[in-house]
Design a protein around this ligand. Structure first.
Ligand SMILES: CC(C)(COP(=O)(O)OP(=O)(O)OC[C@H]1O[C@@H](n2cnc3c(N)ncnc32)[C@H](O)[C@@H]1OP(=O)(O)O)[C@@H](O)C(=O)NCCC(=O)NCCS
Length: 146
């Protein structure tokens, strides 16, 4: 499995994974085109020319903010999410990021379990942050090595 930056040719595969992942923000092809252009950081996990997962993040001063992240349902639990997260944190280390953070639906127990396993903690809650369905967001934060 190869982790590499998102390119324009990946957008259709990313949208297919996103459609199969109702837990995450449903971005448009234009949003991912911006990632491919370099407006945000993003990586795909590729196996034999198939895209199995993606992660989009951005730098916010000294923080890494994870904006969207999913692995193809049939490819989950195989370490792909961990590889994408590691790549993101390695990128954060290049600018000495102090924290990594993200928002997640309070009911998304799979993601919560994944992030806690990787050293994230719940550091906040935004009541009724999400719509369709209305739900609180939990803010998860990991302190990175200084
Ligand atoms: C969160 C996600 C990206 C993890 O990707 P992944 O490739 O399955 O992750 P890994 O295989 O590296 O790690 C799996 C670990 O995460 C946790 N985990 C993942 N899914 C889980 C679930 N349904 N229930 C409990 N724990 C889960 C477990 O600790 C698991 O370890 P295990 O496989 O030994 O049980 C994936 O579940 C996903 O795409 N979910 C839907 C989209 C989403 O919620 N994105 C995050 C929004 S911020």
């Amino acid at each position: 499995m190869n982790i590499r930056p998102i390119e324009a040719r990946d957008v259709d595969s990313i949208l297919a994974i996103q459609s199969a992942s109702p837990e995450i923000a449903q971005w448009t092809m234009w949003d991912y085109a911006r990632v491919a252009r370099g407006d945000m950081a993003g990586w795909v996990a590729e196996e034999k020319s198939e895209i199995d997962g993606f992660l989009v993040a951005r730098r916010v001063v000294t923080d890494v903010e994870i904006l969207n992240f999913a692995v193809r349902p049939h490819a989950r639990h195989g370490g792909i999410g961990t590889s994408l997260l590691r790549e993101t944190l390695a990128w954060g280390a290049t600018f000495r990021a102090e924290k990594a953070l993200l928002e997640v639906r309070a009911s998304n127990l799979a993601a919560l379990s994944f992030y806690v396993r990787h050293g994230f903690e719940v550091t906040g809650r935004r009541p009724r942050y999400y719509s369709a369905p209305i739900e609180d967001a939990l803010i998860l934060t990991a302190v990175l090595a200084k």
